[in-house]
Structures are given as C-alpha cells and as structure tokens.
Ligand binder design. Structure first.
Ligand SMILES: [Zn+2]
Length: 190
C-alpha cells in the first residue's frame, strides 16, 4: 500500500506542511472558544445590596429609547456612589469615558460574554485587570446621557458568540443575537 511507503509519507508531509499549520491553528482556536464556554459563570446583581425590585422588569428592548432606539439592557437604580460590582468574573477590556454611556466599564466574562456597565460616577479598574464576581469595580452615578436623571447603573450583556435564533422582527431585532436580557439572568436573585 502506498500509504505505508515512507517516501510517500515524507512527500505528503512536505506537501501538507501549511495545511497542518492551518489545522493546528483552527484546532487551537476552537479549543480556546470551548474553554471560554466551559468557564463557570457565577452571576450576581452588579450593585451592592440591590434586589430585583431595583430595576423595571420590562425595559429590556423597550422601544423607543432615546438615541439608542431600543433599550439594550436594564437600569438598576441606587443612590449615587453605591458600589458597582462585577456581575461575573472576567478580564477588564475597557474602563473610561464615552459620550452616551459616560463613565463605562466593559468586562469579558465566561462564555464569551461582555458585561457593560454605564453611567458610573467613577471606575476603579483598569484594562487587563482580572476581577471576580462581586468585586467593586466603580460607583453608581448619572454620567453621560443620564446626567441630571436619577442615578442608576445601566447593565448590558453582549455575547460574542451570536445567538442567531433570537433574532426577531422587533426594532433592531437582528441585534438580539448579541444582546442577552440581564433581567432573565438576575430576576431570581436578591
Ligand atoms: Zn439603560
């Protein structure tokens, strides 16, 4: 059989060198994705001492919602400067200022989900920092386009792995493959 002939194997090796590298890279990539999906996700309400009565249960994807069109998260109301907590463990990707969100933090957590915290008064984390669920990451406020409104933490969950089956005909309904409803995940807590 030619498959067992060493010369054939050698030439195959040379021929498939690039192919092997590519396959190794893809296998490595898939392994990283799977490891990310397997990291356990301990999910808490990201405001100290908050309960599920501190946000309106029906504002996720509420339409109309100002400049954003629809509301892609929930607003957890609290007194200004109440500690904001990491909802899950993760690595800080962004901590800084955006026009609409004000002082915001984005943290990549388990399952390739980015947790986004906005309208903070302050942040005390930096990009690259690893945090645990429940760590203080900043303080609740009214920054960005919440200026002058009742202080609250805007909290969104974005999945980098698209949930295509969630798409519907609501306004911006295609974006539902990326935005998960935090209320569904937090309603049974506190
Ligand atoms: Zn909001």
């Amino acid at each position: 059989m030619s498959e067992l002939d060493p010369t054939t194997i050698e030439s195959d090796k040379a021929h498939n060198k690039t192919g092997n590298k590519k396959r190794k890279f893809i296998a490595c990539f898939i392994a990283i994705i799977i490891i990310g999906l397997l990291i356990p996700e301990q999910h808490i309400i990201p405001v100290q001492n908050a309960t599920n009565s501190d946000w309106n249960h029906k504002t996720f994807w509420y339409d109309p919602w100002g400049a954003s069109g629809v509301h892609k998260g929930i607003d957890i109301f609290a007194k200004a400067d109440t500690p904001a907590l990491g909802a899950t463990s993760g690595v800080v990707m962004f901590s800084g200022h955006l026009k609409r969100g004000g002082v915001v933090i984005a943290i990549l957590g388990p399952k390739w989900r980015v947790h986004y915290y906005a309208h903070l008064n302050s942040t005390n984390v930096y990009p690259g920092q690893i945090i645990s669920s429940g760590d203080v990451i900043g303080t609740v406020g009214d920054s960005g386009n919440a200026k002058g409104k009742q202080p609250h933490l805007h909290y969104s969950i974005l999945t980098l792995v698209p949930y295509i089956w969630r798409v519907d005909f609501d306004r911006q309904g295609w974006k539902k493959m990326f935005y998960l409803n935090p209320h569904k995940r937090l309603k049974d807590q506190g």
